[in-house]
Design a protein around this ligand. Sequence first.
Ligand code: ADP
Ligand code: MG
Length: 684
Amino acid sequence: MAVNSSKTPDPVKSGKTHHSMSNPLAKLGLSRRSDLILHLPLRYEDETKIQPILEIQPNRSVQIQGTIYKSYIQAKPKRMLICHLRDDEGEIILRFLHFYGSQVKQLIPGVKLRAYGEARLGFLGIEMIHPRYRLIKGESSLPQNLTPIYPTVAGLSQSSLRKLIDSVLSDSNLSDTLPSDLILKLGLPGFSESIMTLHHPPADISLAELESGQHPAWRRIKFDELLAQQLSMRLHYERRRNHDAPVMNPKGHLVETLLAHLPFPLTQAQKRAMQQIRQDITQGHPMQRLLQGDVGCGKTLVAFMACLDAIESGYQAALMAPTELLAEQHYLKAKNWLEPLGIRIVSLFAAKNPRERETSLTDIKNGHANLVIGTHALIQETVDFSGLGLAIIDEQHRFGVEQRLKLRRKGRHPHQLMLSATPIPRTLSMSYYADLDVSVIDELPPGRTPVLTRLINTSRRNEVMQRVEAACASGRQAYWVCPLIEDSDLLELQAAIKTHAELSTHFPHLNVGLIHGKKSPKEKTDIMAAFVSGQIHLLVATTVIEVGVDVPNASLMIIDHAERMGLAQLHQLRGRVGRGKTQSACVLLFQPPLSDQARARLQIIAEHSDGFEIAQQDLRLRGPGEYLGARQSGTPLLKFANIEQDLDLLEQARNLSSLILNDRETVQKHLDRWLGQAADFLLA
Ligand code: ADP
Ligand code: MG
C-alpha cells in the first residue's frame, strides 16, 4: 500500500550474517531467520475496514476510500499538494508537504484512492497530513488482518520489513520446540499459532488484550522467552560445574578454634550456611554460591569460616570488597579474629605505597599469604596467587560480571562465594538466581532491637539536632548522612562539607568528623578508626558508608533528604545502626512537598525492618526494574516478558526448565530459536 517500494536486499535468504552496522537489519539485531520471526510488532493499524468520511473522529487513525474531485499545489504558507477527496457522503482534505512531480500527475480528479492516516480537524474541516495511500482500480478487497507496525530504523521502511518478515514466516519451520503435552498442560497456545497471530492478528481480535500483552499468543511467546532464559542460566551453571575444582578437606579445627574465641555463638542460619558451603567445597567442582542475608545478619563471619576451611586445606582465599572502607574494615576484623589462629593476612588496595604493595604481591605469589583482602586491586594483572582455592566477593551486586570472572581466573576454577544484602523478594530470587546455589541467612543475631525509624519534616531540623546532641552527650555516637545528589559528586561533596561546617559550629563541644568518597584511603581509615574508638562523636558522611560499615556503638542516624534515596539504599544505610545493645533510632528528614508515592515509600521504611519485606513492598510500588536491572550478568535480556507482570509465567518456566533440562534435543531446539549461536556455546 505504501508508495515507498525501495527494495532492501534480502540477507536472510542469502544466509549470511551481517556485521556491518550500516545495515539497518544489523542495527535492529536481526541476523538470523528466527530473529525476524521473533521481531514482533510494536502495534497495529486497522486497514480491514473503511471508515465513512462523515463518521471520522479527529485524532484517530483511520482508513478511508474516496474519489479525488479537486487537487492543486498551494504555494503559501508552505508549498504543498492538496487533494480533496469525497466518498458517498463526506469530504476530506489530504495534504502532502513533500511530493514528487509524478504524484502531482497521478493525484488528479476522478482518481479513486484508499488512504490511511490520522485524521485531524483543520482550518477547512477534517484532513489528513501525509496519509499512506494507494490508487484503487475497479474492485479491491480489504485485508483480513490488522497491519503490523514493527520497530525499525532509518533506511528500512515498514513495507520492506513487513515483506521480509512475511517471506521468512512463509518458508520457515515454525514448529513447536516443546512437546505438545507440556504446552497443553500449561494451557498455552502453540508457537506457530501464536507467532502468526502476533504478526497478523485477525480483524476481530481484542486489541486491548493484544496491546496489554495479556493475549494468550503473547503469553506463549513470553513464556518461551522466559524458558530460554531459565534454560540458559541453568546450562551456564552446569557448564561451570563441569570443571574440576580444588577438593577441600578441612578438619574444621580452625573454625572450631575461632568459634571458641568469639564472644557470641553462631546463629542457626549462620551454621546452616556454613555447612552448605563446607559441603560444596569438599566436592570436586567449583562452588557457585550466593550467600544472601539482610544487613547485619553476619555474613562476614560465615565468609571467614569458609576462608579458614580453605586455608586449612592448603589453599589461599581472597575476599574482594567494593570500597576501600569496607575492605579495610574486613581486614581489621580478620586481623582481630584470624591472625591469632596463625593465619597470615595481606591487604591490597589501589592506593598502597609501592614498597608495601611489592611485599604484598610477593607474599601472595609465593603462598606466604593465606588470606588476601582488598578492593578491585585484587584483580589487577600484577596479582598472582600461588594457589587460590576460594574467591569471595562481598556486596556482589557492586561488581560486574567481568570483575567476578577476573577474580575467578586468579585460580584454577576456585570455589566462589558471593555475598549480597540486596534483598531480592523471595518470589523472584529462585528464578533470578537460576545459575547459582543460594544460602539464605534469615535471622539476625539475638539481642538486636529493631531500629526506631521516624519521618520528620526538615522544618524540624533544630529539634533533631538537639536530639543528636543529647545522644552524643550520653556517650552514644551518631551518623549524619548527607543528601544524595544525583549525577554530581561535586555537589554532593559540597553538601557534606557544608553540613559538617554547620554541625561543627552548632556543637562546639562535640568532635564532628567528616567522611566522603574524595578522602584518601588513609584519611578514611583514620577517620573510621577515630569513630570506632569513640573519639569522633558525630560522623557526617555521604552515602559512602552505605555498605558494610560496622560500628556497634553508633546508635543514631540522621538521613538528610531521605526522599531522594531508594528504599534499598535507605535500608542499607539504616543497617549501620542497631548493631549494639542500645536502642537505636533513625530519623528520615524529608523535604516537603512529598508526592504520594514518595510518602508511601518512606512509610515502608519506617514501618518495616525486614529487608525482604521492604523489597517486596517496593516491588509492589514500583516494579522490578530496580532490582533486576542492577544485575549485570550473562542473563539474556528479556525483550518481551516483564518479570513482575508475568511472574506466573516465570514460575512455570522455571519448573518446566528443570523438567526438560536433560532432554537435550528439546533444549537445543528451544535455545536455537531464542539464542542462536550463543546456544551452541552452552550446549557444546
Ligand atoms: P553483614 O551480613 O551485613 O555483612 P556483618 O558480617 O558485618 O553483617 O555482621 C554484623 C555484626 O554482627 C558484626 O559486628 C558481627 O561481628 C556481628 N555478628 C556476626 N555474627 C554474630 C552472631 N552470631 N552473634 C552476634 N553478633 C554477630
Ligand atoms: Mg557485609
